[in-house]
Design a protein around this ligand. Structure first.
Ligand SMILES: [Zn+2]
Ligand SMILES: [Zn+2]
Length: 89
């Protein structure tokens, strides 16, 4: 029997279902989750993680789902970029 190529319906990062309009190019991640993998955790974006504070255990907020944390991290990242841009001009 021939194996058919199936488009994955759940996100590789958060495990939640992906609606067609939410897919990034590789079709197995939400846009936000794809961004989260690149930009790091919410704590990392907010510079509270162990990269900035030795010994810190801050990561994604434990009260958020992976998806929610990805959305929050992306939002914080965009805010940070806006602030940085503001300083540069
Ligand atoms: Zn996802
Ligand atoms: Zn970090």
């Amino acid at each position: 029997m021939k194996r058919e190529l199936i488009t994955q319906s759940t996100c590789r990062w958060c495990g939640e279902e992906i609606a067609d309009h939410e897919r990034d190019e590789d079709r197995s991640l939400h846009n936000e989750c794809a961004a989260r993998i690149v930009i790091g955790s919410l704590a990392h974006v907010e510079e509270r993680c162990s990269c900035y504070m030795p010994g810190s255990t801050e990561n994604d907020p434990p009260n958020m789902t992976k998806r929610e944390a990805a959305i929050a991290a992306l939002k914080a990242f965009k805010l940070k970029q806006m602030r940085t841009d503001g300083q540069a001009h």
